[in-house]
Design a protein around this ligand. Sequence first.
Ligand code: SF4
Length: 172
Amino acid sequence: VKEKILISACLMGFRVRYNGSNKALVLDTLDRWQRENRLVVHCPELAAGLATPRLPAEIIGGSGEDVLAGRAMIVESDGSDVTQPYLLGAWLALKTAQDAGCRFALLSDGSPTCGSQRIYDGSFSGQQHPGAGVAATLLRQHGITVFAEHQAGELVSHLEQLADQRIAIRLK
Ligand code: SF4
């Protein structure tokens, strides 16, 4: 069985970020995984009905975990509360991953949705702090291992180890 991987659409070159840009990740292994039909390309914010371009949004008062627990909110740069569509995006990402049987995700860091290592601090001043967005957090809460784009090499190594273990078990 070849593991399927949920991947942020912006990392695959789709121009779906808030400002209409992408964050295309150039990696030979990604090309191979795509040919093997192992990538589940998804943008939670677009899935939730948000438009591109859209205003930048940040988590105020905590991280994705706090938003999911109702202790923090997500606002756009004009102060609009967009917590509900962002939460919807997180749940749609989880459903997409589960429906496809993904146990791993490779997500774009820094986003209030997909961030898994760092997120912006809610001041809209370009400052980041350690934390995760709502989709990355929800995926982790349901047993899906999330990697940021700068950890793509670790994901590749991890999946290669898993494949080697399966081969070893079959050969026993
Ligand atoms: Fe990329 Fe995720 Fe933002 Fe969509 S929600 S643009 S996939 S970081």
